[in-house]
Write a protein that binds this ligand. Structure first.
Ligand SMILES: Nc1ncnc2c1ncn2[C@@H]1O[C@H](COP(=O)(O)OP(=O)(O)OP(=O)(O)O)[C@@H](O)[C@H]1O
Ligand SMILES: [Mg+2]
Length: 389
């Protein structure tokens, strides 16, 4: 890993800026001397055991020779038998050696084999119901959170707690709240990447777990804040939004027009066939905002009924963000959407806004209602507006 840090273009700038090369080299030296010491211990142990067994084996082998020669000398067995036995011993020794060597390599492999089998033993925790319901087309009422709480498996802190609200069919909701307030967790639950630890999520009055998982994945589109920057071509990077359509260049171009990525792509040397990322020698690295437009195009690759965008525009300049959301509103008319953003200029466009705090739902309402209420939303909005004045 430390070698990787030194060798990757993603990390190079931080390593330089923070002057980390000495720290990383030291860390690498410490770790490699630890690995060296551990390997040495193992090698010594193995050699000691190997040598003892070899000595034992040789002693047995030559002992047997001495024994049969002595037997021949006193005339208990004939020279013919002696020759035969000596030949057999030699063969037997060869066989035993092969068996031991095999055993050694099998035992070495078995260490990894156990991991391998453990990996295949892992059962998915999110599964489709035995008799799944077809996903409603169209969604009639919407998604209802009924006192939902969620804890991550490796944590005993509630990431979401006591959350109740309804995302009506066709409604656009924005989630706001401080870092760690539970916004991303809430949309992960909505997209059924996790099931709630307590409470229920209903879709048109029926538990989300009852619906066909494959259909749900098609009907709900999510772009996460930490979306993946694939070291592949532009068109493949967009096609991952709906990999069944990876050959559909018309759809890929349309999607990129909708996310406003198209003009930027047209300027690349190989346009849609341009390799992205620095791993390939003709690859090009994009800016954060350019990557975000590419990622956003993934959302338009499928005709989902619910679109979830988790800070999709954080790296966009103000004009680009404004255009993206104008267009988003047009393109998703009649569809449901959940937007997460720290920019109130974006947030205020939503039909309703939910303010999360420490995993709980603090306030809910339209921009005007929440300003009227003069609570946390109004306070945060005021803070941001002050920054722009
Ligand atoms: N995979 C995980 N495992 C354990 N805890 C997690 C995991 N992901 C998030 N958390 C915790 O859950 C809480 C809520 O995190 P979440 O990512 O939902 O916040 P957020 O509101 O999206 O924050 P941000 O504005 O920084 O994106 C945090 O306390 C976080 O530490
Ligand atoms: Mg988040």
């Amino acid at each position: 890993m430390y070698v990787f840090w030194g060798a990757s273009d993603d990390t190079a700038k931080e390593v330089k800026i923070f002057n980390l090369s000495g720290f990383i080299v030291n860390r690498f030296r410490q770790l490699s001397s630890r690995f060296y010491a551990q390997n040495k211990r193992l090698a010594i142990k193995r050699t000691v055991w190997g040598a003892s067994l070899a000595i034992l084996g040789s002693a047995g082998y030559y002992g047997a020779y001495v024994f049969i020669i002595a037997q021949t000398a006193v005339g208990l067995i004939t020279i013919g038998t002696l020759t035969f036995l000596a030949g057999s011993f030699r063969q037997l020794r060869g066989l035993m050696e092969t068996i031991l060597l095999r055993f050694n390599s099998v035992s070495q492999g078995a260490v990894y084999l156990q991991d391998f089998f453990d990996f295949f033993e892992i059962q998915p925790t999110i599964v489709t119901a035995l008799k799944p319901l077809p996903f409603p087309k169209p969604i009639r009422q919407g998604f209802t959170f009924d006192n939902v709480g969620f804890k991550y498996a490796n944590s005993d802190k509630w990431a979401n707690r006591h959350i109740s609200f309804t995302l009506h069919a066709g409604e656009k909701i924005a989630l706001v709240g401080e870092n760690g307030a539970g916004k991303t967790t809430l949309v992960k639950l909505l997209a059924r990447l996790y099931d709630p630890s307590e409470g229920r999520i209903l879709l048109d009055g029926i538990d989300l777990k009852e619906y066909d998982l494959n259909e749900l994945r098609i009907q709900i589109g999510v772009i996460f804040q930490d979306f993946i920057r694939y070291q592949m071509s532009v068109s493949q990077n967009i096609a991952v939004g709906n990999i069944n359509e990876q050959g559909n260049t018309g759809l890929i171009t349309d999607s990129s027009k909708q996310s406003l990525a198209h003009p930027m792509i047209e300027k690349l040397p190989f346009k849609y066939e341009q390799m992205l990322g620095r791993r390939f020698n003709n690859g090009i690295e994009l800016s954060g905002g350019e990557w975000q437009k590419i990622a956003l195009a993934r959302a338009y690759m499928k005709d989902a009924q619910l679109l979830i965008l988790d800070e999709p525009t954080a790296a966009l300049d103000a004009r680009a963000e404004y255009e993206v959301f104008q267009r988003f509103a047009d393109l998703t008319k009649g569809k449901s959407a959940v937007l997460i953003s720290h920019r109130f200029s974006t947030v205020r466009m939503a039909d309703r806004i939910i303010v999360l705090e420490k995993g709980c739902l603090l306030e809910m309402g339209s921009h005007d209602e929440l300003l009227e209420k003069d609570g946390r939303y109004a306070e945060l909005f005021g803070l941001q507006a002050m920054g722009y004045r």
